[in-house]
Design a protein around this ligand. Structure first.
Ligand code: SF4
Ligand code: FES
Length: 254
């Protein structure tokens, strides 16, 4: 195993595994780093730039997006230098003008003392174009949503803004969205997302609705390649597996 790289962060020594993402190292060491587009389960994008920090190596200093920065050599890092704060305030001013009602934005703006000045949009938008939803859908191999248009017209959604055929209604996009921009309506029987309706399947043991029909078909095909004997929610499935293991080891049923 390669020895740790010793970073100096805001004057404090912080060991880091070679190749680790600087953002993870900083967060694990307890430093606050604002992020909007990052998500631990997704491929980093470097879109929001809020995670930028000052990295000094010898006489060279750069502002780097820490979510895209692999630790390779001992460097000095400043997480809240005047330059870093000025850059974050600038980015937050733009975000706040466009998304004045998005809590993830207003919380960070308040932390950095940024107040709304001009409103660039007649209609405030909930989507901050972090593309977490698109990356989550791509990570599942579904690619039901993507981006359309460019510049200020850029939007996230299904192709041709129509109910997406490839969508299985899993709701992963909505689960990783930091702003609540993706609307999911759910009753005991149905889930509606991206203007498409899905029928919910009930667990055959506890009766709770837990997945859409399309989601189960997709998961069965992708993950197991076989049809499960029983349609069980994750909680009942864990219970069933625990009972199976218990029986294999001759343990009494709980
Ligand atoms: S819908 Fe949500 S997750 Fe998708 S880009 Fe917009 S803010 Fe990000
Ligand atoms: S979290 Fe690094 S650019 Fe958004």
């Amino acid at each position: 195993m390669e020895p740790d790289v010793l970073l100096k962060v805001n004057g404090r020594e912080v060991p880091a595994a070679p190749g680790a993402r600087l953002l993870d190292v900083l967060k694990d060491a307890g430093f606050f780093i604002p992020t909007l587009c990052d998500h631990p389960g997704l491929v980093p994008l470097g879109g929001c730039r809020l995670c930028l920090v000052e990295v000094r190596e010898g006489r060279r200093t750069v502002l780097a997006a820490s979510c895209l920065y692999p630790v390779e050599r001992p460097v000095e890092v400043l997480t809240e230098s005047p330059r870093v704060q000025a850059a974050r305030r600038y980015l937050l001013t733009l975000l706040l003008a466009r998304h004045p009602e998005v809590k993830a934005v207003t919380d960070l703006a308040a932390r950095y003392g940024v107040r709304a000045k001009t409103r660039l949009e007649a209609e405030p938008e909930e989507c901050i174009l972090c593309l977490r939803c698109v990356r989550a859908c791509a990570a599942l191999g579904l690619n039901a949503i993507g981006t359309a248009w460019r510049g200020r017209e850029k939007k996230v959604g299904p192709p041709f803004a129509e109910p997406p055929e490839a969508c299985v209604g899993c709701g992963a996009c909505a689960a990783v969205c930091p702003t609540g921009a993706i609307k999911v309506e759910e009753t005991a029987e149905r889930r509606r997302i991206w203007e498409r309706d899905f029928t919910l399947v009930r667990c055959q043991r506890c009766g709770e609705p837990f997945a859409t029909e399309e989601q189960l078909r997709w998961a069965t095909r992708e993950l197991t390649g076989s049809t499960p004997e029983e349609k069980l929610c994750p909680r009942c499935r864990r219970g069933a597996e625990a009972a199976l293991i218990g029986r294999a080891f001759g343990l009494p049923a709980s």
